[in-house]
Design a protein around this ligand. Structure first.
Ligand code: AMP
Ligand code: ZN
Length: 114
């Protein structure tokens, strides 16, 4: 999508701090990290939000969680624990309308989130 920052990073038009890439997804370090490990995992294709995940696209979400577990292991936080978050829509706190999952770790996480 033309004006989407994450599409631009995925295509290489805008530089991103890329930590992982495969044929379906990319992962980048968050530009404004909220934890020692804060990585965003997202599809290369433009999908606005979790509301757009249908049966056909549902395996993508499983793939993203598999990548999250792999990156958590690589970052050395798998055993201690970590959090994977998707913010959906205005009340969910979504600020970029290209679906992405936050991998957060390296500190204790509070519950419930704010
Ligand atoms: P959300 O609020 O769930 O939509 O998350 C959007 C996240 O994208 C925020 O944590 C931002 O810090 C992050 N972000 C925005 N622009 C960039 C960028 N160019 N590179 C990396 N992270 C970004
Ligand atoms: Zn996009």
């Amino acid at each position: 999508m033309k004006d989407c920052i994450f599409c631009k990073i995925a295509s290489g038009e805008v530089p991103g701090d890329m930590v992982y890439r495969d044929e379906r997804v990319i992962a980048i370090n968050d530009i404004d990290p909220k934890a020692p490990v804060h990585i965003l995992i997202m599809p290369k294709d433009h999908i606005p939000s979790l509301n757009d995940i249908d049966q056909e696209k549902s395996d993508l979400v499983g793939h993203i969680f598999m990548v999250a577990a792999k990156l958590a292991s690589q970052k050395g936080i798998a055993k201690k624990g970590y959090r994977v978050v998707n913010n959906c829509g205005v009340e969910g706190g979504q600020s970029v309308e290209h679906i992405h999952f936050h991998l957060l770790g390296g500190r204790n996480m509070a519950w419930p989130p704010g």
